[in-house]
Structures are given as C-alpha cells and as structure tokens.
Design a protein around this ligand. Structure first.
Ligand SMILES: CCC/C=C/C=C/C(=O)SCCNC(=O)CCNC(=O)[C@H](O)C(C)(C)COP(=O)(O)OP(=O)(O)OC[C@H]1O[C@@H](n2cnc3c(N)ncnc32)[C@H](O)[C@@H]1OP(=O)(O)O
Length: 313
C-alpha cells in the first residue's frame, strides 16, 4: 500500500542541536553521562548504557541507598535535567549494592528534633517541616513531571520513601527476592511524599493499599506482580537490568514526540475526568500531529521500515 503524506514543509533535518552532554567511555562499555548543568552527583550514578537510554542508579550502597538530604535534592535535580536533555528518551532507575533502597535516612530524621527545638512557636516549627515535606515531594514528583518514561528496576528491597519513589515512575519491575514495604507508620508518621496519593492509582485495590499502609507489612514479588505493582519479575538483578534496558531501548527508538505526549496525557488522565482528558489530548495533538515525527512514523509503518530515526527533541 502506498500512502501519500504531505511532507513538504517538514524539514527532515538531522539534529543540529548543540551537544547537551558528553559521553565518556568506561572500561565496561557503559557511557557515563556528563549532562548539562551538574556534571556528576554525589549519591547518584548516571550512565548511558544504550542510545538515548539513561540509567540513574541510587548510589549509597554502604547505607543501603537510604535517601539522605543530598540524595533527595539530587534526585529532583537529576530528573529535572533529564527532562530537558534531548539525548535522553527513557530512564531506568535502579539501586546499587545489596538492595534498591532502605527508605529515608533515619539519621537525617533524627536530626530534625534539635532543628525544631530551636523554635518555640508551633507555627514556626510547622513552617520548617512544611518546607521539608514539599521539597521532598517535589524531588520525587520530578520523576512524574519528567516527560521521559521512567522504568524502576527494584532488587531485593524497596522500603518507605522507596515506595513513594517507584510509584512516581511509569513502570516497575523487580527481582524474585524483592519486597516492598510502606514502612512509614512504623516510624510514627503517615507517608507524605507520594505513596498514599499514587499507590491506590497503581494497584487498584483500595483494600490492599490500606492493608499495606496501615500494617507496614512486606509485600513480596509474587504479590507485587499479582497486584499490578510490578509488570514483571526477574530471576536476579543482572537479568532484570538487561531486560529493562531492552524495554527502555525499544521505547527510545520510537518518536519522542509520540512517547512524551503519551506520558503527559496518561499522567493528566489519571487525575482528570475522561472528558477533560479527551479535551487535553485534542489540544496537545492539534500541534503534535503537525510534527515531522507523525509523517515519518506513519510512512515507516506503511513501507514496513522498522528503522525510522527521529530527530532529537
Ligand atoms: C518528609 C519526609 C518524607 C519521607 C518519609 C520517608 C519515610 C521512610 O522511608 S520510612 C522507612 C525508613 N527506613 C527504615 O525504617 C529501614 C531501616 N533499615 C532496616 O530496617 C534494615 O537496614 C534493612 C531491613 C533494610 C536491611 O537490613 P540489613 O541487616 O541487611 O542491613 P543493616 O545492617 O541494617 O544496614 C546496613 C547499613 O545501612 C544503614 N542503614 C540501613 N537503613 C538505613 C536508613 N533507613 N537510614 C540510614 N542508614 C540506614 C545501617 O545503619 C547500616 O549502616 P552501618 O551501621 O554504618 O553499617
């Protein structure tokens, strides 16, 4: 079948965008990303294992990747930068060492008490806490605000703030020894950086969400799969990373206009009515369907060409 596509006016240009980052080859054949803005992070390892695929690894293995103040800040900075990075089309989020993350750094939590004690008045104390909470919320919401799909790859354990974090990701995968724990009630608090807001939308069963959040019991990989928290379970971390990178790569080969508009629309639709969401995508696509990607991808389908290359976005 031949399809005439009005491609005149579309400049099928090679990307001339200025280089945003430099890839540095390492001995392992993985490229360490040097992004615009901050070039490296103290608590995160950022690499480019496949074309257009970034991997962000939580990297405090000695402390089981507990989220300390620096890591909270760097997560927000990193995902905000990747949102802007035209060389990034999909992101794999993983943890280094023994497990994915042990949640918030409990030493930081304990440091809060003397800080609050400096203030006598409840309103002044509350103001300090409010700023903390909102800045931590924003750090994790950066995963969701980032237009590039985020694929969380969880090995061994994902505790407390880790669950807040992965529920802000697009997809979740885990190893067969993995467990998830909404641990906040065990440290005497209601979760406040995403789990209570997003987990009910992810796994659907309100009853199960409440059980997990009130009891802080562990949910193991088989139950995480059955409940829909994760899409797939893998034998071990190595096999999981390999396969999740493969999924990310398949996303990165598609039109960035199509994928990123899809993410924006899915996030919007989760929080709005069907009609509001239909209006929203109609408004987006009245522009996006004029993109060169639409013409190129459609022609690729018609001509059965699986190797259409899309310009950077
Ligand atoms: C505005 C706030 C919003 C956010 C709220 C978030 C809330 C939460 O995240 S609640 C959950 C907090 N996390 C925990 O309660 C988990 C604590 N850790 C553990 O229970 C165990 O470490 C674990 C079962 C995960 C693993 O046990 P394992 O025996 O394998 O390891 P450990 O010997 O316990 O730990 C090894 C070293 O890591 C340090 N560490 C572990 N977790 C944390 C942590 N959350 N914060 C700080 N440090 C942690 C542990 O102290 C060991 O360090 P070292 O003694 O120097 O070897």
């Amino acid at each position: 079948m031949k399809l005439a596509m009005p491609i005149h006016g579309y400049a099928f240009r090679l990307s001339v965008a200025h280089a945003h980052y430099e890839k540095l080859a390492t001995g392992k054949g993985i490229n360490i990303a040097r992004m615009s803005g901050k070039t490296s992070f103290d608590t995160l390892l950022v690499s480019v294992p496949r074309e257009y695929v970034y991997q962000v690894t939580l990297n405090r293995p000695d402390k089981l990747n507990a989220l300390n103040k620096v890591m909270w800040r760097e997560i927000g900075e990193c995902f905000n930068q990747l949102n802007e990075d035209e060389d990034c089309r999909a992101i794999v989020l993983s943890g280094s060492g023994k497990l994915f993350t042990a949640g918030i750094d409990l030493h930081d939590v304990m440091e809060m008490a003397p800080l609050l004690a400096e203030q006598e008045d409840v309103a002044r104390k509350a103001k300090i806490l409010y700023k903390f909470i909102v800045s931590y919320q924003n750090a994790l919401s950066a995963l969701e605000r980032c237009r590039k799909p985020v694929l969380a790859a969880v090995h061994s354990a994902c505790v407390g703030a880790g669950v807040d974090m992965v529920t802000a990701a697009d997809m979740r995968y885990c190893t067969k020894d993995a467990w998830f724990q909404v641990k906040e009630v065990d440290i005497g608090m209601a979760a406040d950086v995403g789990t209570l807001q997003r987990l009910p939308k992810v796994i659907g069963s309100d009853s199960l969400v409440r059980e997990l959040c009130y009891t802080a019991r562990k949910m193991h990989a088989d139950e995480a799969l059955a409940s829909g928290l994760v899409s797939r379970v893998f034998e071990n971390r190595e096999k999981m990373i390999e396969e999740v990178l493969h999924i990310a790569e398949s996303i990165a080969k598609k039109s960035p206009v199509a994928v990123q508009t899809t993410k924006v629309s899915l996030v919007y639709s989760r929080d709005h009515s069907v009609q509001e969401s239909l209006d929203h995508i109609a408004t987006l696509n009245q522009t996006m369907l004029q993109s060169e990607d639409f013409a190129q991808a459609t022609m690729g389908q018609v001509s059965k060409d699986p190797n259409v290359k899309f310009s950077k976005l």
